[in-house]
Design a binder for this molecule. Sequence first.
Ligand code: CUA
Length: 326
Amino acid sequence: MWDFPLFPEQASTAARHVDQVYFALIALSIFFIFSIGGAALYFMTHYHFRRDADRRNVPKSNWKLEVIFIGSAVVVSTFFFFWGAYKYLKISQATDDALELFVLGKQWMWKVQYPEGQREINRLHIPVNQPIMLRLTSQDVIHSFYVPAFRVKQDVVPGRYTTLWFEATKTGTFKLECAEYCGTDHSRMLGEVVVMSAPDFARWLANRPVQSTMVAQGERIFARAGCSGCHTAASAVHAPDLQGLFGRRVALSTGETLVADASYIRDSILLPKKHVVAGYAPIMPSFEGQLSEQEIFALLEFIKFEPALNDAANASPNTEKNDANK
Ligand code: CUA
């Protein structure tokens, strides 16, 4: 679509939709500026006190005009509500095939983790025409992940996960900004999103130094932090089984049920008393302050893909035994 010169270029599937609503609202505002301003000017000159206008029989009310004014305002605003809501739903719903990346905001930088283990700071490489889902959190204050060319913006909030979905439609380098005042160097919390063709992206990923995948990192943390002491089939302690947990419905001791998503798992690690699984005693200690947000990202990947959740106890017997006996 046509790129308006004062706007950043349109480089994602969302950009066109956002701009359509935005331009329509600007056009509507211009229409009202001229029609209201024009009417005001006309009345000012026509009924100027020196003018010889007919001032008899001033109408007290005119119900037909009122019906037209109120009716058209209702129709126009309702139209914008439904159109905007439709567009919002269209651009905010992630597809299942999205590539999930993990982003941690901190004063004053963006740290990115790829599932395969690559890491970046203030730069995000992504393939073109591929849905991307970011899982975002902050380790200090509220930041906001903003890519103007993609027309997407999402607050990054400490203590919780937010997600952001987009699909780039052009290769190139685009600005990444923090759009929430977050302290002295907020204005320098900048980065870039590099959109590459699929083969270039695959080559880039392959050439990045990697120590281990996030699942493997998660598996190590699972053993080191002592999770495996309770949460494996072989463990003596009676704790909820994590196999196949991700996305499953969980019954809680309060009688409620909820879906075990990323936020639930994060809360269960840091605030284990918040949601106690039905049939289990609330004996799990909190890991607040013991695990970094990046380690929790890795644990999440491990629990989600669980390559060897039930054999985690056997995977690394040395570290495992020590932690379990603590
Ligand atoms: Cu981070 Cu502003």
